[in-house]
Write a protein that binds this ligand. Structure first.
Ligand code: MG
Length: 160
């Protein structure tokens, strides 16, 4: 059995000392404004996984009104989501992530991020895709005011 899900997330950028994307710390002059650590890559991915199994979204699972999740490590939240999926008998088979960002530049950190996501998900590297695009300096992403991520995830059942 296979199930497919998609996820989307966006966070605002402001001046800071670094951002976490796909669990990878990237030192830069920005930070992502969020209730949690603002890891848009993992947020979009968690929504794709939950979507595949019709388990709602991360807003339902980890409400931003709950102080428990203030500054939450998204890698920890991912562990919870993976466990939920495992309970339903499904694990991710492959992931495809598209990062929409004008800054910071993704190309120099892309391979490290891919490895980081693969490790976090206990998945082989060749089933984890990280792509990136700018928006041609157009709109709020193009002005470097935000980073958005689109995620697709194929889940497969481990029975049969
Ligand atoms: Mg988010």
């Amino acid at each position: 059995m296979i199930r497919v899900g998609q996820g989307f997330d966006l966070h605002r950028l402001e001046s800071g000392d670094g951002i976490t994307l796909g669990g990878l710390w990237i030192p830069c002059e920005y930070r992502l404004v969020a209730h949690s650590d603002g890891d848009v890559v993992l947020h979009a991915l968690m929504d794709a996984m939950l979507g595949a199994l019709a388990l709602g979204d991360i807003g339902q699972l980890f409400p931003d009104t709950d102080p428990t999740y203030r500054g939450a490590d998204s890698a920890e939240l991912m562990r919870v989501v993976r466990a939920r999926c495992l309970d339903k008998g499904f694990t991710p088979y492959n992931l495809d992530l598209t990062i929409l960002a004008e800054r910071p530049k993704i190309a120099p950190v892309r391979d490290a991020m891919r490895q980081c996501v693969a490790d976090l998900m206990s998945m082989p590297l060749d089933r984890v895709s990280v792509k990136a695009t700018t928006t041609e300096r157009l709109g709020f992403i193009g002005r470097g005011e935000a980073i958005a991520v689109m995620a697709n995830c194929l889940m497969h059942s481990h029975e049969g």
